[in-house]
Design a protein. Sequence first.
Length: 468
Amino acid sequence: MVFSSLVFIFLFLPVCLLGYYILPGKFKNLFLLAASLSFYIWGEAQNSFVMLISILANFFFASMLEKPDELAPKTTITLAVVFNLGLLVYFKYSNFLLELAGMPAAEKITLPLGISFFTFHALSYVIDVYRKSSQSQKSIVNLGLYITNFPQLVAGPIVRYPEISQQLTERKHSFKKIATGLKRFIIGLAKKVLIANNLAGAVDYIFAQNIAEAGFLISWITIITYAMQIYFDFSGYSDMAVGLGKMFGFDFPENFNYPYISKSIKEFWRRWHISLSSWFRDYLYIPLGGNKKGNLRTYFNLITVFLLCGLWHGPNWTFIVWGGWHGAFLILERTSYGNVIERLPSLVKHSYSIIIICIGWVFFRSDSLNIALSYLKNMFTPEFSVNENYFIPFRDTDFIIAFIAGLIFSTPVIKNMLQLRKIKIFRESENLRTTADFAGVSVLIILLVLSMLSLIAGTYNPFIYFRF
């Protein structure tokens, strides 16, 4: 079950909201935990025991961390980290490791939905208890809710325990917050259904063909399309997650901040999948020494973090190379190369960033390194004739509208327009404010109706990050 499904929107969510707000406060977390487990089991019944084991084990580890007389904290945290990473490695990377060893794959191992995300939630919890930046959770219901909370369970944002520990017991509910959450959910739904889904068909079509024959123009158009598809797919999910969280009283961290306006790769990672990059920074990069132990150690730390960031996305060399590609440019930008980039005109810096990002997306989208290298060869072999068969999906009206919308909404143009409400003429004119409010509500209704019509038509709908 995904957020952008009719079952979720018209059955699961209304039932959850009704039950949640009918029940008294002391039962809300228990109800939401039951709803979250139901949500997970609906989509992943086979491996649901993995998450339950994770909850119980991490509840135990955190409790032991506050009993140093029974077991040394360093021993406990080592066991906790080994356990959590062991689960992740077994279910996600076993076949990859077996392949590296030249052994046959273990066919019975299936990937639990969202394991990369709920493992990082669990690790955040036990590590922060070990660091004494948080106290252990005395209620297994509350800990279970933190790890399984369905709005952010299977594809983030990755919520660190200190960010939400107080909200597990004290959070504010109001009609205004529900309305804000609903608005955010509709925006995310539209980004996913009306833009990402309508771009996905063209990308899938090209990657299903013989890449070597795609040509220069088609290759660039396709990877730019994919850059927008993955952004609107993932940021749309994150918007829906943040909106759902608000409906139930939670304030989740933001995950995206217009990454494609970046003028460096460093800036890109401050704007893209913010909860993941900050997780790696706080729980890996800084513990490795960060940038405090000289340039060589800093470069080693950066490339290590980004190779592991790539591997986190999936057991494939394409993801590892994608991570290494970004890590390499983050290192270069810390050298004199970065000073050269910084002195370039703004348009050139932006173009540089987009080109580097798009090259990275080639590896991310490709099923193998051979496909990625073949694709890159097309991108850097100028040849302007177009194979008509490859151009078919780009003529579709829905694609063209989604592509133009993607170019516009991947920038903060609408956000900047909304800032006009803060100027003096708006503050002093009730009619202007009323008109603007009416226009805003009308746009949301139109987006919701169009999204529903698209879902009813049964178009492409899976989320890219669900496989991670």
